[in-house]
Design a protein around this ligand. Sequence first.
Ligand SMILES: Cc1cc2nc3c(=O)[nH]c(=O)nc-3n(C[C@H](O)[C@H](O)[C@H](O)COP(=O)(O)OP(=O)(O)OC[C@H]3O[C@@H](n4cnc5c(N)ncnc54)[C@H](O)[C@@H]3O)c2cc1C
Length: 437
Amino acid sequence: MTDATQRARKSTPYWWEAAPVRPLPEQALQKQVDVVILGAGYAGLSAGLTLARAGRSVAVFDAMNPGEGASSRNGGITSGSIRPGFAKLTRRFGEKTALAIEAEGKRAREFLYDFLKTEEIDCDFRLTGAFRGALGFDQYDVMARAAETLAKRLQIDTYAVPHGEQRDYIGTEFYRGGVARMDIGGLHPAKFHAGLLRVTRAAGVAVHSHTPVTAITRDGAGFEVTTRAGKIAARQVLVCTNGYTDGAAPFLRRRLVPVRSRIIVTDPLPADLMDRLMPKRMMMSENRQLGFYYRPTPDGSAILLGGRDSSFAGDPVEPMLRLRAGLTELFPELRDVGYTHSWFGNVAMNRDMLPRMFEKDGVLYASGFCGSGVVWAPWLGRRAAQRLLGERIEEPSAFDMRPPAAVPFFNGRPWFMPAIIKGFALQDRLALSRAIR
Ligand SMILES: Cc1cc2nc3c(=O)[nH]c(=O)nc-3n(C[C@H](O)[C@H](O)[C@H](O)COP(=O)(O)OP(=O)(O)OC[C@H]3O[C@@H](n4cnc5c(N)ncnc54)[C@H](O)[C@@H]3O)c2cc1C
């Protein structure tokens, strides 16, 4: 096979076919606003909308087209998950904090679903439910216990699916049962972003595309923000640059590792094959360190699968081959299938893998969504805006925290990622060989 035939036909996101990202018409730079926001992804726009509706003047700057970061590239799975998982969170923080974190995930998901409805954002959202596969019967037991606790303590609609019933959820023998979460669904991420951008601009927020912020400096009680288009004064500054953070936010850049995540999309598949592989058209995931997330396209005709991409420069073919191999390990029937799209984007990892908002030297940050920002970014963007407004919140956010720890020997270029990914791959091979199968 040549390099060209191994690749998908397009290297741009599948989602851009129906909702392309575009520059906005140029507009004059205001001299002064209440709040400047860096980043026009879900987090920055959600914050801008909340602030504008509370009467604040807001300017949002993005270095690229709005949404061209992760917010139009992702899998569209409304997981709102926290990477360490409930069992690990309980071991690390105790059950009370683990439950508070899960409870906030529940509120954040409900907020998103309600927001889509109230703002009439048509983004193919369906509350399909999600299935998470267990590698072995021992892992299944741990997952089933966590589901039971979440159902009992937080009334989350989740339950264990034993191996014998797995085929009703997914057409693979790879897993040894799993857990269903009926509060998770799928949306079209670029249509969601376009809808959010529309309502945010309609609320009076000035969104400037292709206008990177290059410096933020303290100026009396406020800030002077330098952009490609000139300087602007702001009383407050919020940084929502997540996996695309650059030198304009050096404090954050030392604390947030951008990691590539890649998605591939199959050619359209026969309806009876889709019925066998994804009978309920649910969202899918698993527990491996380098685990895959996958789902049907919104029209239910093809499969979209994502996972880690170990490259950090250029667009080599190997990450796509790893994803193809992963998909055929799950579904051997897809061995000879072709691929329409393969693309990557950056997710942002903190050392402790918890998203958060935090303040440093008067600047507020909302980031570190660890690959689950479809739910967390709009939510924490809104919570950050409420903090800037000085609003008294009934329940404080479990993610209003201290800054994450700095990553040693790191200044924005994740040179160590290929080695870390190799280590994770080894851990996954060991976990699979030790799993009770
Ligand atoms: C391939 C992939 C698959 C994913 N799948 C899922 C999924 O299925 N479910 C899920 O929940 N999450 C998923 N995610 C994660 C999710 O997409 C992100 O967490 C979320 O979009 C983050 O939104 P954001 O607004 O924080 O950042 P982004 O949307 O990344 O926006 C940050 C913006 O900041 C801008 N910026 C950076 N520096 C500057 C500067 N100096 N001046 C001005 N602008 C600047 C960038 O141009 C960028 O547009 C996935 C991510 C990827 C890449």
